[in-house]
Design a protein around this ligand. Structure first.
Ligand SMILES: [Zn+2]
Length: 255
Protein backbone atom coordinates (compact mmCIF):
# COMPACT_ATOMS: atom_id res chain seq x y z
CA UNK A 1 0.00 0.00 0.00
CA UNK A 2 1.47 3.29 -1.08
CA UNK A 3 0.25 6.64 0.14
CA UNK A 4 -0.73 8.95 -2.66
CA UNK A 5 1.64 11.90 -3.00
CA UNK A 6 0.20 15.38 -3.36
CA UNK A 7 1.81 17.10 -6.32
CA UNK A 8 0.96 20.70 -7.11
CA UNK A 9 2.29 22.56 -10.13
CA UNK A 10 3.24 26.00 -8.82
CA UNK A 11 4.64 27.54 -11.98
CA UNK A 12 5.45 26.67 -15.58
CA UNK A 13 7.81 28.70 -17.76
CA UNK A 14 9.29 28.07 -21.14
CA UNK A 15 12.49 29.25 -22.77
CA UNK A 16 16.26 28.87 -22.65
CA UNK A 17 18.02 29.22 -19.31
CA UNK A 18 21.79 29.33 -18.98
CA UNK A 19 21.60 27.99 -15.43
CA UNK A 20 20.32 24.66 -16.74
CA UNK A 21 23.38 24.22 -18.97
CA UNK A 22 25.64 24.82 -15.99
CA UNK A 23 23.79 22.17 -13.96
CA UNK A 24 23.81 19.59 -16.71
CA UNK A 25 26.41 19.76 -19.45
CA UNK A 26 24.17 17.68 -21.74
CA UNK A 27 21.83 20.69 -22.00
CA UNK A 28 22.82 23.19 -24.68
CA UNK A 29 22.86 26.85 -23.61
CA UNK A 30 20.30 27.90 -26.21
CA UNK A 31 18.09 24.83 -25.82
CA UNK A 32 14.46 25.75 -25.11
CA UNK A 33 13.38 24.33 -21.75
CA UNK A 34 10.24 23.50 -19.90
CA UNK A 35 10.77 24.97 -16.44
CA UNK A 36 8.48 23.72 -13.73
CA UNK A 37 8.18 24.40 -10.02
CA UNK A 38 6.37 21.71 -8.03
CA UNK A 39 5.24 21.38 -4.45
CA UNK A 40 5.28 17.80 -3.26
CA UNK A 41 3.87 16.52 0.01
CA UNK A 42 4.23 12.81 0.58
CA UNK A 43 4.02 11.22 4.00
CA UNK A 44 4.98 7.79 2.72
CA UNK A 45 6.63 5.78 5.56
CA UNK A 46 8.61 3.61 3.12
CA UNK A 47 9.42 5.82 0.12
CA UNK A 48 12.17 3.51 -1.22
CA UNK A 49 9.73 0.61 -1.71
CA UNK A 50 7.00 2.94 -2.95
CA UNK A 51 9.37 4.46 -5.52
CA UNK A 52 10.37 0.97 -6.69
CA UNK A 53 6.70 0.10 -7.23
CA UNK A 54 6.06 3.34 -9.10
CA UNK A 55 9.10 2.72 -11.32
CA UNK A 56 7.91 -0.80 -12.12
CA UNK A 57 4.49 0.56 -13.05
CA UNK A 58 6.03 3.19 -15.34
CA UNK A 59 8.35 0.66 -17.00
CA UNK A 60 5.36 -1.61 -17.64
CA UNK A 61 3.56 1.32 -19.26
CA UNK A 62 6.54 2.37 -21.38
CA UNK A 63 9.52 0.02 -21.81
CA UNK A 64 11.67 2.94 -22.99
CA UNK A 65 12.01 4.03 -19.35
CA UNK A 66 14.56 1.22 -19.05
CA UNK A 67 16.82 3.00 -21.53
CA UNK A 68 17.05 6.22 -19.55
CA UNK A 69 20.46 7.25 -18.41
CA UNK A 70 20.64 8.79 -15.00
CA UNK A 71 23.41 10.99 -13.72
CA UNK A 72 23.85 12.54 -10.33
CA UNK A 73 23.67 10.98 -6.87
CA UNK A 74 23.37 7.20 -7.08
CA UNK A 75 20.68 6.96 -4.42
CA UNK A 76 18.40 8.84 -6.80
CA UNK A 77 19.14 6.79 -9.88
CA UNK A 78 16.00 5.40 -11.43
CA UNK A 79 15.23 2.16 -13.27
CA UNK A 80 18.45 0.58 -12.02
CA UNK A 81 16.80 -2.79 -11.52
CA UNK A 82 15.22 -2.79 -14.96
CA UNK A 83 18.45 -3.43 -16.83
CA UNK A 84 21.76 -1.81 -17.69
CA UNK A 85 21.67 1.70 -19.09
CA UNK A 86 22.09 1.98 -22.82
CA UNK A 87 22.27 4.87 -25.21
CA UNK A 88 18.90 6.30 -25.90
CA UNK A 89 16.83 8.99 -24.32
CA UNK A 90 18.88 10.47 -21.54
CA UNK A 91 17.52 11.60 -18.24
CA UNK A 92 20.48 13.49 -16.90
CA UNK A 93 20.64 14.78 -13.43
CA UNK A 94 23.11 17.10 -11.92
CA UNK A 95 23.28 17.43 -8.17
CA UNK A 96 21.44 20.69 -7.97
CA UNK A 97 20.88 22.78 -4.91
CA UNK A 98 19.71 20.74 -1.98
CA UNK A 99 20.11 17.34 -3.53
CA UNK A 100 22.08 15.21 -1.08
CA UNK A 101 25.27 13.72 -2.45
CA UNK A 102 24.49 10.12 -1.66
CA UNK A 103 26.75 7.51 -3.17
CA UNK A 104 25.75 4.36 -1.29
CA UNK A 105 24.51 1.40 -3.27
CA UNK A 106 20.98 1.17 -1.97
CA UNK A 107 18.09 3.54 -2.00
CA UNK A 108 16.85 1.96 1.24
CA UNK A 109 18.32 4.72 3.34
CA UNK A 110 17.27 8.18 4.32
CA UNK A 111 16.47 9.98 1.15
CA UNK A 112 14.34 12.99 0.29
CA UNK A 113 11.17 11.25 -0.91
CA UNK A 114 9.88 14.44 -2.51
CA UNK A 115 13.10 14.99 -4.43
CA UNK A 116 13.11 11.37 -5.60
CA UNK A 117 9.52 11.72 -6.78
CA UNK A 118 10.19 15.06 -8.51
CA UNK A 119 13.14 13.43 -10.26
CA UNK A 120 10.90 10.56 -11.39
CA UNK A 121 8.41 13.11 -12.75
CA UNK A 122 11.32 14.61 -14.74
CA UNK A 123 12.03 11.18 -16.23
CA UNK A 124 8.35 10.66 -17.06
CA UNK A 125 8.19 14.04 -18.85
CA UNK A 126 11.30 13.06 -20.84
CA UNK A 127 9.87 9.67 -21.76
CA UNK A 128 6.50 11.03 -22.86
CA UNK A 129 8.13 13.87 -24.77
CA UNK A 130 10.32 11.45 -26.72
CA UNK A 131 7.24 9.35 -27.50
CA UNK A 132 5.60 12.43 -29.06
CA UNK A 133 8.54 14.14 -30.79
CA UNK A 134 10.77 11.10 -31.52
CA UNK A 135 13.71 13.11 -30.16
CA UNK A 136 16.71 10.82 -29.83
CA UNK A 137 18.06 12.60 -26.79
CA UNK A 138 16.39 14.76 -24.17
CA UNK A 139 18.12 16.00 -21.04
CA UNK A 140 16.84 17.47 -17.82
CA UNK A 141 17.71 18.35 -14.28
CA UNK A 142 15.83 18.30 -10.98
CA UNK A 143 16.71 20.22 -7.85
CA UNK A 144 15.25 20.90 -4.42
CA UNK A 145 14.84 24.45 -3.16
CA UNK A 146 16.05 25.21 0.32
CA UNK A 147 12.82 27.09 0.95
CA UNK A 148 9.97 26.43 1.04
CA UNK A 149 10.30 22.80 2.06
CA UNK A 150 8.85 20.45 -0.52
CA UNK A 151 9.43 22.73 -3.52
CA UNK A 152 11.32 21.38 -6.49
CA UNK A 153 12.44 22.76 -9.83
CA UNK A 154 12.53 20.73 -13.01
CA UNK A 155 14.21 21.89 -16.20
CA UNK A 156 13.74 19.72 -19.26
CA UNK A 157 14.72 20.25 -22.88
CA UNK A 158 11.55 20.67 -24.89
CA UNK A 159 11.04 21.90 -28.46
CA UNK A 160 7.36 22.82 -28.00
CA UNK A 161 5.61 24.37 -24.98
CA UNK A 162 2.27 22.65 -25.68
CA UNK A 163 3.98 19.26 -25.73
CA UNK A 164 5.89 20.11 -22.55
CA UNK A 165 2.76 21.06 -20.65
CA UNK A 166 0.94 17.94 -21.80
CA UNK A 167 3.84 15.70 -20.80
CA UNK A 168 4.03 17.35 -17.39
CA UNK A 169 0.30 16.82 -16.80
CA UNK A 170 0.54 13.18 -17.92
CA UNK A 171 3.65 12.64 -15.78
CA UNK A 172 1.99 13.95 -12.62
CA UNK A 173 -1.18 11.94 -13.30
CA UNK A 174 0.81 8.79 -14.09
CA UNK A 175 2.96 8.97 -10.97
CA UNK A 176 0.16 9.78 -8.57
CA UNK A 177 -2.01 7.15 -10.28
CA UNK A 178 0.77 4.56 -10.12
CA UNK A 179 0.96 5.04 -6.36
CA UNK A 180 -2.78 4.74 -6.08
CA UNK A 181 -3.70 1.53 -7.96
CA UNK A 182 -4.71 3.61 -10.98
CA UNK A 183 -1.66 3.03 -13.17
CA UNK A 184 -1.34 4.68 -16.57
CA UNK A 185 -2.74 2.47 -19.31
CA UNK A 186 -4.62 2.57 -22.59
CA UNK A 187 -6.07 6.02 -22.01
CA UNK A 188 -2.60 7.53 -21.58
CA UNK A 189 -1.27 5.60 -24.58
CA UNK A 190 -4.17 7.00 -26.63
CA UNK A 191 -3.39 10.57 -25.58
CA UNK A 192 0.29 10.16 -26.48
CA UNK A 193 -0.66 8.61 -29.84
CA UNK A 194 -2.84 11.59 -30.76
CA UNK A 195 -0.18 14.08 -29.66
CA UNK A 196 2.38 12.17 -31.77
CA UNK A 197 0.04 12.53 -34.74
CA UNK A 198 -0.67 16.21 -34.08
CA UNK A 199 2.88 17.37 -33.26
CA UNK A 200 4.17 17.67 -36.88
CA UNK A 201 0.92 19.39 -37.99
CA UNK A 202 0.38 22.34 -35.64
CA UNK A 203 -2.35 23.99 -37.73
CA UNK A 204 -4.49 20.94 -38.36
CA UNK A 205 -8.06 20.50 -37.13
CA UNK A 206 -8.86 17.27 -35.27
CA UNK A 207 -12.25 15.63 -35.00
CA UNK A 208 -13.35 12.36 -33.39
CA UNK A 209 -14.08 11.04 -36.87
CA UNK A 210 -10.61 11.88 -38.20
CA UNK A 211 -8.83 10.41 -35.19
CA UNK A 212 -11.01 7.28 -35.22
CA UNK A 213 -10.14 6.77 -38.88
CA UNK A 214 -6.41 7.45 -38.37
CA UNK A 215 -6.10 4.80 -35.67
CA UNK A 216 -8.99 2.47 -36.60
CA UNK A 217 -10.56 3.22 -33.22
CA UNK A 218 -14.27 3.24 -32.38
CA UNK A 219 -15.65 6.79 -32.39
CA UNK A 220 -16.27 6.73 -28.64
CA UNK A 221 -12.60 6.01 -27.96
CA UNK A 222 -11.43 8.86 -30.23
CA UNK A 223 -14.02 11.20 -28.74
CA UNK A 224 -12.96 10.39 -25.17
CA UNK A 225 -9.25 10.81 -25.94
CA UNK A 226 -9.76 14.18 -27.65
CA UNK A 227 -11.92 15.32 -24.76
CA UNK A 228 -9.18 14.29 -22.29
CA UNK A 229 -6.59 16.22 -24.29
CA UNK A 230 -8.86 19.24 -24.10
CA UNK A 231 -9.21 18.87 -20.33
CA UNK A 232 -5.43 18.67 -20.01
CA UNK A 233 -5.10 21.89 -22.02
CA UNK A 234 -3.31 20.40 -25.01
CA UNK A 235 -6.23 20.88 -27.41
CA UNK A 236 -8.59 23.81 -27.62
CA UNK A 237 -12.08 23.53 -29.09
CA UNK A 238 -12.74 25.51 -32.24
CA UNK A 239 -15.80 27.68 -31.94
CA UNK A 240 -17.31 28.84 -35.17
CA UNK A 241 -20.77 29.61 -36.41
CA UNK A 242 -20.45 27.41 -39.47
CA UNK A 243 -20.12 24.26 -37.40
CA UNK A 244 -23.73 23.48 -36.58
CA UNK A 245 -23.23 19.73 -36.61
CA UNK A 246 -22.34 19.61 -32.93
CA UNK A 247 -19.24 17.57 -33.79
CA UNK A 248 -16.35 18.87 -31.68
CA UNK A 249 -13.37 20.21 -33.58
CA UNK A 250 -10.03 20.88 -31.95
CA UNK A 251 -6.66 22.42 -32.59
CA UNK A 252 -3.49 22.32 -30.52
CA UNK A 253 -3.95 25.08 -27.96
CA UNK A 254 -1.74 28.16 -28.32
CA UNK A 255 0.95 28.34 -25.65
ZN1 LIG B 1 17.72 10.76 -13.46
Amino acid sequence: MTLRPEVQVVQIDYGPLELAASLNRAIARDSPLLKVSLDIHWDEPDPASALDRIEMTLAAFSPSFREHQCRGPFAYHVFRKQGPPSHGVAGDDAGAEGSPAQTAKSRAQPLDAGLALAHLIEHAVIDFESAITHAARISGVTGARRRPAGRFDLMIECPDPAVGRLCLALAVLSLTGASDARPPGRREHDLLAIARLAYPHPGRVWTPHGVARAFAWPMARADAALSSLRQLGYLAPLVDTVNISGVPRYMVAPA
